[in-house]
Write a protein of this length. Structure first.
Length: 752
């Protein structure tokens, strides 16, 4: 080990890299035995030198300097620290002074966040063994006034290191002997350590070992005579013990310890809180694993929920209760675990708890402690799933109240779950009561609240648009322009806004799309940074697709797309990006009609970046425009001009034009028959039902026109390439199998 970390320092080196004797300015290495400082040797990012200094441990100042360099290694090269320096630290840690041991514990606490489970197993085991030895000796070496926090910090380090180890039989037996030793100790700190090791040891232990060896030891720690702190630590270990055993074993061996505390066997609020946390964690773990046991959920958990509901109602109703009182601390725990307990019970019981749960929840929502209200806001979506059938109106009132809450975190948590509330309450027709709190959150004074509600705005607007209708959605649509103005200068917010506008465009009528979507999006393209411009260009194309009227669509394409060719060069680049997006969602007929002529005009652009981007897109453009007699010659002309472009990169791209075009022909499916076209129209009608859609006659005319273009495309492509099947590219949305087989689509076919 020492040979690996020892640097080669055989000669002094001057700044020219040549060996020298004793010239002034050289880097001099002085022996430690002489008493001279070695500060001239840099320790920065030098794992070998740091390991040598820590191994010597004779110069306290130099050793502290080496430890001060470790945070940089943790951030930038943690592997060197783990495999080279960590063994040296574990070897010498017990000989260092307590102050240095403090520093090492803080460093290890950071380092454990970098180590992946299953790696550095031997090094982590050294941390466990040396840490346990240090904790035993610290009882006599560390001053009494700082012993408890010192012991707590090192307990945390040892416990976390043990959780990362895939323990074998010998290691489990070693830890088991330590647990037995600490359980019989007179020191309360060592008994706490033993209770903590129970859970850490069980993390990767087999279920037989837990049942036969660890369950009997739990009785030593989980009792009042062991002390409150020891009892609370043992309860925490129960959560880990239950993960690797069946639910039946949890009911038989572990539940009695939790029940003794929750049912009133202990008056300590800390124990009660810890038992609630563990109960909720067991319910969450077993619910996700789908454990077949039902006694826990049907018989053991419901009385706990009802008891905590009664306690929460009593404490929260007391307006004179002190926020920092012990009972109020327990109320915070109840509010935090309330959602999991209620939801787990609701999966196995149909009645007998909802009235009590709602009464307790409303009391907690109205209490003076902000932490309790935050927990209620966090749990509100899950509570709504259980209680919406009977208390939908009251839940809407809670949402309204929380949207006005003076605590910023309450509003933030409400905003993060608002889309789930919208989805849940839409089943009861209560969406009209959600518009006011929604707009209030969108216009919130805090930027993070606005960001959170914006992240899932499309999921929120989906159910709202389905029930509210086009008039209400048109009334809401100006909010996007307000958000754009409010988010100026915050490019991440603007990028998210553009992406959400793209997703929300299906929910708004055509008049709102033109006025309140396309206008702010064009401002983003003209004024925003690169990520915002790209997102806005993509959203603009999606909005243009949502315009059913031909004349309106043509004017908007000319105003919001084609006009970009007269803007600055950094904006004209996004004209090509927008054309690429249009090629993905428009049919080839509409693409060749509306977008291709404009994008081909940039072939003579003075910016080589724009011409290069066009060259990359031209093969796909050629495939989509093959059926157009007016546009395809322009594509060939652009191909010819770009082959002779002054930019060598553009020429290089164009040399692969034929290969890329063939790839697009082979990869795309161009089968356009009558049923698929009608599916596209049905998709249009389902997405834009609030708009004035095309009539049956217009659909028939469009099908006839496309059928003609299909014939001409087949005839032209069959002569040029036998591999192509020739037709018009449909929107991706029209190929959704669920929509093709849905009831609205079948009804539409019957009417047509």
């Amino acid at each position: 080990m020492e040979e690996e970390v020892k640097p080669e320092l055989e000669a002094d080196v001057d700044f020219d890299g040549n060996g020298s004797d004793e010239d002034e300015g050289e880097i001099e290495i002085v022996s430690v035995e002489t008493g001279e400082s070695q500060a001239s040797v840099s320790l920065s990012f030098s794992p070998g030198e740091i390991g040598r200094v820590l191994s010597d441990s004779t110069d306290d100042n130099r050793c502290d300097e080496a430890l001060a360099e470790l945070p940089q290694l943790i951030d930038h090269c943690s592997d060197h620290l783990v495999y080279s320096i960590l063994p040296v630290i574990c070897e010498n840690i017990n000989s260092w002074i307590p102050e240095r041991q403090w520093m090492v514990a803080l460093l290890l606490d950071q380092l454990l966040n970098k180590i992946l489970e299953g790696s550095a197993q031997s090094e982590l085991w050294e941390v466990v063994t040396s840490g346990l030895t240090l904790l035993e000796t610290s009882l006599s070496t560390v001053p009494q006034e700082s012993l408890e926090p010192f012991h707590e910090l090192w307990r945390e380090v040892v416990g976390r290191a043990l959780l990362l180890i895939d323990t074998d039989v010998s290691q489990l037996n070693y830890v088991l002997k330590k647990i037995e030793q600490y359980g019989a100790s007179d020191s309360i700190l060592e008994r706490i350590l033993g209770a903590m090791l129970l859970g850490s040891c069980a993390r990767n232990a087999p279920s037989d070992f837990i049942n036969q060896r660890l369950f009997p030891l739990l009785e030593v720690f989980a009792k009042d005579s062991a002390g409150e702190h020891v009892y609370a630590t043992a309860l925490s270990s129960i959560a880990v013990l239950s993960r690797n055993v069946k639910l039946l074993d949890t009911e038989k061996h572990l539940w009695k310890y939790l029940s003794a505390v929750i049912s009133g066997g202990s008056d300590e609020f800390r124990l009660h809180s810890e038992a609630l946390y563990v109960t909720a964690e067991i319910a969450w773990d077993k619910r996700l694993k789908g454990d077949a046991g039902s006694v826990f959920f049907k018989e053991l958990l419901p009385p706990v929920l009802l008891k905590e509901c009664a306690f929460a109602t009593f404490i929260a109703a007391d307006a004179d209760a002190l926020v920092m009182d012990d009972s109020y601390v327990l109320l915070e725990t109840i509010s935090e675990t309330f959602g999991e307990l209620l939801y787990s019970v609701s999966l196995h019981l149909e009645s007998g708890y909802r009235r009590h749960a709602f009464k307790a929840f409303t009391a907690m929502c109205a209490c003076t402690g902000s932490i309790v209200r935050r927990n209620c806001a966090f749990n509100l979506p899950g509570v709504a799933v259980v209680l919406e059938a009977k208390y939908a109106n009251e839940l809407c009132g809670i949402i309204e109240t929380f949207s006005r809450d003076s605590d910023r975190d309450v509003r933030l948590l409400l905003a993060r779950g608002f889309h789930e509330l919208s989805k849940t309450l839409s089943k009861r027709g209560k969406l009209d009561k959600l518009f006011a709190p929604l707009i209030r959150l969108i216009k919130d004074s805090d930027a993070e609240v606005r960001m959170s509600i914006l992240e899932h705005l499309n999921a929120t607007f989906g159910p709202l648009a389905h029930q509210a209708g086009s008039v209400v959605m048109e009334h809401i649509s100006p909010i996007f322009e307000w958000l754009r103005r409010k988010g100026q200068g915050a490019w991440r917010f603007q990028e998210l806004l553009a992406n959400q506008m793209k997703l929300c465009s299906d929910f708004f009528p055509a008049s709102s799309i033109e006025q309140h979507f396309l206008t702010p999006l064009k401002h983003m393209i003209l004024e925003g940074p690169a990520p915002v411009r790209r997102a806005a260009a993509r959203a603009t194309i999606q909005c243009l697709r949502c315009l059913p009227d031909k004349s309106v669509r043509e004017s908007c394409i000319d105003k919001y797309y084609s006009s970009l060719i007269y803007s600055k060069s950094k904006t004209r680049l996004y004209l090509v990006y927008a054309a690429e997006d249009a090629a993905e969602i428009f049919s080839s007929t509409l693409f060749a009609l509306y977008f291709a002529p404009t994008v081909l005009r940039v072939v003579s652009d003075r910016s080589s970046c724009i011409r290069l981007r066009l060259a990359m897109f031209l093969p796909k453009c050629a495939v989509l425009c093959m059926a157009s007699e007016s546009v395809y010659p322009c594509v060939l002309d652009a191909h010819k001009r770009l082959l002779q472009d002054s930019d060598p990169d553009t020429q290089l791209v164009m040399n692969e034009f034929d290969v890329k075009r063939q790839e697009y022909l082979d990869s795309h499916d161009f089968q356009h028959d009558r049923s698929v076209l009608m599916a596209e129209e049905a998709d249009f009608r389902m997405n834009f039902g609030s708009k004035k859609g095309p009539s049956k006659q217009s659909i028939t005319r469009r099908i006839g026109k496309v059928s003609d273009s299909m014939s001409s495309l087949r005839s032209s492509t069959s002569k040029s390439m036998s591999t192509s099947s020739g037709s018009v590219l449909l929107s991706q949305h029209s190929l959704d199998e669920k929509k093709l087989s849905s009831k609205p689509f079948r009804n539409f076919l019957k009417k047509s």
